[in-house]
Design a protein around this ligand. Structure first.
Ligand SMILES: *[C@@H]1O[C@H](CO)[C@@H](O)[C@H](O)[C@H]1NC(C)=O
Ligand SMILES: *[C@@H]1O[C@H](CO)[C@@H](O)[C@H](O)[C@H]1NC(C)=O
Ligand SMILES: [Zn+2]
Length: 459
């Protein structure tokens, strides 16, 4: 099946049907899943091109709700063309772009429109957009909501870029008042500066020096703040990239108390650990930091227990010079990890060994991120009426990450030369093959997802 072509049905011996894996045919009409039929009944119902994929697994396409595309303004870090091709190669059918690291940041209606223009004609997968909350922009929130941002993100600590300042409690009260009753969601980078910050002392080329400067308590204190606001205003709140296991108790209690709160962690916190990070290896730097193996085990348990709702990439690349590879100085290097293309394989490599099922993978990587972005009426599940967004992959097949097969604009990643399990064969967006065995559709077939209170429109 050529990339770019539309398929009217896909047959496999292994289709994720609810919790089960069954032989089935997915019938597609006008870009949507029309029906999922047992193999024996299918021949009577299918006309047109049937893609038979043997026993490759068919799952809903991955929804990655945490991606920094960086265009416009820092397009040398990443851009729509390269990011969405990498996504397609990794079985991702929807990304949601973060409001910062672009110039301008997505903090006004005007800036949002500028971003939509920059993304037009460049997306190989469907793309949603987060807005940002910064001091003083509360009157922009409702207009951005109406224009279709998926929700908003804010920082409780310096964001790393000057044009996206962090908020104070007063800013949060102002923003929450605007968001009440909108059904939107506020995402928090949950680290908070301590009243007695820990100085970065020690050898800057050692990872432990950086790790000690961002202790667990910074996350714990920030999450206290998030929960207070969440309970007071009953506005949906979401904690991005939880790295520390210490706040889990607090999170469980808040959810039990009825806080409309969700939590994500990232593939790097689940796979990488502080003990294994070599000196000078700044490709491992991100904020909050990758912590130790004992902490990591607790994150895996919380994922299994449902205390952590989803796993995303937080793909946040930059140019190699900003990673300070020459000096190997962790304190100076840009914090951000590149991984977008490898999220499914990364997750499956670790999760399959820990007894996670394909339906767990679909819940954590597809359904829950779609719900976060208010796309669950359309994305994230293989049910009739949903968009025919599929990843077709060989979960048992291994491959090695090499620069040559990385489609991100900048190739630096902590996963270079690693062997991962789970190889993507086809990625299908709304019934169209956007990726097949190393090749892409010649046209970018992705759409912008503009999210309304109830329904979603695509343009
Ligand atoms: C948005 O949806 C929520 C929940 O469904 C509803 O209560 C609210 O009135 C809606 N707001 C607007 C602005 O349409
Ligand atoms: C991380 O991924 C590697 C493969 O690249 C795998 O060998 C290792 O077990 C994973 N680590 C964890 C903690 O799951
Ligand atoms: Zn991020």
């Amino acid at each position: 099946m050529e990339p770019g072509s539309a398929v009217s049905a896909v047959r496999s011996q292994r289709v994720l049907c609810g919790e089960k894996i069954l032989p089935a045919v997915i019938v597609i009409k006008e870009g949507k899943i029309h029906s999922v039929l047992p193999d024996s009944e299918a021949s009577a119902h299918v006309a047109g091109k049937v893609l038979d994929v043997g026993d490759s697994l068919i799952m809903p396409g991955i929804v990655d709700s945490h991606v920094h595309v960086n265009e416009p303004g820092r397009t040398d870090w990443e851009g729509y063309w390269t990011a969405t091709r990498a996504a397609a190669a990794g079985g991702i059918t929807t990304i949601a772009d973060m409001p910062l690291n672009t110039i301008p940041p997505t903090t006004t209606l005007r800036n949002f429109n500028e971003k939509l223009c920059a993304a037009t004609g460049q997306c190989f997968v469907d793309t949603a957009f987060w807005g940002g909350v910064i001091p003083g922009n509360q009157m922009e929130l409702k207009p951005m909501c109406q224009a279709g941002v998926a929700g908003f993100k804010c920082f409780l600590i310096h964001s790393g870029v000057e044009e996206f300042p962090h908020v104070t409690d007063a800013d949060l009260h102002a923003a929450m008042k605007q968001l009440q009753g909108t059904n939107s969601v506020l995402l928090f980078h949950a680290e908070q500066e301590l009243s007695h910050p820990v100085a970065e002392k020690g050898d800057p080329q050692e990872y432990s020096t950086f790790l000690k400067s961002r202790p667990d308590i910074m996350e714990l204190e920030a999450i206290h703040t998030v929960i207070e606001f969440c309970l007071q205003y009953q506005v949906r709140c979401h904690i991005v990239h939880l790295s520390s296991a210490e706040p889990l108790e607090l999170i469980r209690a808040a959810k039990q108390a009825g806080a409309p709160l969700t939590v994500e962690t990232t593939h790097h916190y689940l796979n990488l650990s502080a003990e294994d990070i070599p000196g000078r290896a700044t490709q491992f730097k991100c904020c909050p930091p990758i912590r130790g193996t004992a902490n990591q085990e607790l994150l895996w348990s919380a994922l299994k227990a449902g205390d952590i709702d989803m796993v995303v990439s937080d793909h946040s690349p930059c140019t190699p010079d900003l990673k300070c590879l020459d000096s190997g100085d962790f304190t100076q290097a840009w914090g951000g990890i590149s991984s977008l293309q490898f999220v499914l394989s990364l997750f499956w490599t670790s999760a399959s060994k820990r007894g996670f099922s394909f339906s767990d993978a679909a819940r954590l990587l597809c359904e829950e991120p779609a719900r976060l972005c208010r796309l669950d009426n359309q994305k994230g599940s293989l049910i009739p009426g949903h968009d025919a967004d599929l990843v077709i992959w060989d979960p048992e097949k291994e491959f090695t990450v090499k620069e040559d097969n990385i489609h991100h604009k900048n190739k630096l990643t902590p996963y270079l030369d690693r062997v991962l399990r789970g190889m993507v064969r086809f990625t299908i967006v709304r019934g169209q093959v956007v990726y097949s065995h190393g090749s892409f559709s010649s046209q970018p077939l992705g759409k912008h997802l503009l999210i309304q209170n109830k329904s979603t429109t695509t343009v």
